[in-house]
Design a protein. Structure first.
Length: 142
């Protein structure tokens, strides 16, 4: 499991740019970004190298930010690569709430928010190994 940064933004021009500037000014590297919007606000999900530092930096600038645990899997960059992972998850009754992809280095990483009983034992049963922070980014030193 890895930490994902979730930020709630007003759905207004420039707010995403402000978020990106705060991260950049604090030397925080984004590896993946997903934005979902509603009429009033956006939900931004970020995989970055130092998620706790990023959360603090954003909070200091007035952003609502939190970290959440998500599963991350290295997926073969071939047709059907993601289908193979999703079928294994379905075979152990794990549900995908949301998902997005990232290219980190030369690897394709799929980030999934999963629900279901006994997550870790279910992943083992499915024959899947989810990545940890050290596999994806340099974890916070704290």
């Amino acid at each position: 499991m890895i930490d994902q940064l979730t930020v709630f933004l007003p759905n207004e021009p420039g707010t995403l740019a402000q978020l990106a500037r705060v991260l950049g000014d604090n030397n925080i590297q984004m590896h993946a970004l997903m934005v979902a919007d509603t009429s009033d606000f956006g939900i931004v999900r970020i995989i970055c190298d130092t998620p706790r530092k990023a959360s603090r930096a954003l909070a200091e600038e007035g952003f609502r930010a939190a970290t959440t645990q998500v599963a991350a899997f290295e997926v073969q960059n071939v047709p059907g690569g993601l289908a193979n992972v999703l079928e294994k998850l379905a075979s152990v009754r794990l549900n995908v709430e949301y998902a997005y992809c990232a290219s980190i280095g030369s690897r394709t990483i799929d980030v999934l928010k999963l629900t279901g009983a006994a997550l870790e034992p279910s992943l083992v049963k499915a024959g899947l190994r989810d990545l940890d922070a050290a596999d994806v980014y340099e974890p916070d030193a704290e």
